[in-house]
Design a protein around this ligand. Structure first.
Ligand SMILES: Nc1ncnc2c1ncn2[C@@H]1O[C@H](COP(=O)(O)OP(=O)(O)OP(=O)(O)O)[C@@H](O)[C@H]1O
Ligand SMILES: [Mg+2]
Length: 283
């Protein structure tokens, strides 16, 4: 049976008058990259805070089969996190930041070099963190989070505000971690990131999960138009209904070697979110 690394069942939380989570249920399997999508204020960071034992909720919240309210040293040793309030020591050097965490987790200092290389910060060991760019700080935060080889990694908007090249490096590292069996719980506003990086995602809106599953399957499920967008070899665009009556036209184009590209018209995740909630994902 697949091991559940994270489980929420009927998780609710309110801050004063505001009910932020209204009975959320989800689980994350071992080795998955799971993405939580929702607009600003939806409750994504709140869910991470619950799962990491920083906030207490009503309902069931477990990581590694343990109640999140009673997380002990053993669970923290198996967990890493990059949260949106980065938490690095600005006046310390890059290396000294990592040495501090290496000491906490009993990681030999000799492993620091390899982790800095993995995040592309080799050569920056002696530089003070205050001189780092946003992307460098984010990579150092990631280095710190993976230094002790956690089984579960929380990433709260890990590529937000980063240039595409740095974001791509972080995605490569995430894929590498997945290949080693690390489970990743990611929050993001970025639909492309969610679509391409996540095995499964949940869409969060006004305290509820409005959709959950494999990104491509979600998009197909919400496909309303059933159209085929075709471009022929002479660059002629063609929009055909995806009906049996049009099969011969498509077959003919293939036979004549004139079919240059063909796409079904399922919506992207942002469009799915808009249809389900009437709201844009990235607002
Ligand atoms: N400790 C707290 N006390 C009071 N209100 C809080 C607290 N933490 C979160 N909230 C409120 O809960 C709601 C959800 O906040 P949260 O930070 O989880 O959203 P988010 O989805 O992570 O948003 P963003 O995408 O902007 O990071 C917001 O309305 C926020 O003001
Ligand atoms: Mg947040």
């Amino acid at each position: 049976m697949t091991e559940k690394i994270i489980e929420l069942d009927g998780a609710s939380i309110r801050f004063g008058e505001k009910q932020v989570l209204k009975g959320i249920s989800l689980h994350v399997n071992k080795g998955e990259i799971f993405g939580l999508l929702g607009p600003s204020g939806a409750g994504k960071t709140t869910i991470i805070n619950i799962l990491t034992g920083q906030l207490s909720c009503e309902g069931k919240a477990e990581i590694f089969g343990k109640n999140c309210r009673k997380i002990g040293r053993e669970v923290y040793r198996r967990t890493g996190a990059v949260l949106d309030n980065c938490g690095l020591y600005e006046r310390l050097s890059c290396e000294d930041n990592l040495k501090l965490f290496a000491r906490i987790h009993s990681v030999p200092f000799s492993e620091i070099g390899a982790v800095l290389q993995a995040v592309g910060l080799d050569g920056c060991e002696k530089k003070a963190v205050k001189s780092f760019s946003k992307g460098m700080k984010q990579r150092l935060a990631l280095a710190r989070a993976i230094l002790h080889h956690p089984d579960l990694l929380f990433l709260d908007e890990p590529t937000s505000g980063l240039d595409p090249a740095t974001a791509a490096e972080i995605h490569t590292l995430m894929n590498h971690l997945r290949s080693r069996g690390t489970t990743v719980f990611l929050t993001t506003h970025n639909m492309d990131e969610a679509y391409h990086m996540c095995d499964r995602i949940a869409l969060l809106h006004e305290g509820n999960i409005v959709e959950c599953g494999v990104p491509a399957e979600i998009c197909r499920k919400h496909c309303q138009t059933a159209e085929l967008r075709i471009v022929t070899s002479d660059e002629e665009p063609l929009l055909l209904a995806n009906w049996p009556e049009n099969a011969d036209t498509v077959a003919q184009l293939i036979r004549e070697g004139r079919l240059k590209s063909i796409h079904s018209s399922e919506p992207d995740l942002g469009t799915v979110f808009l249809r389900l909630t009437g709201k844009e994902l990235d607002t």
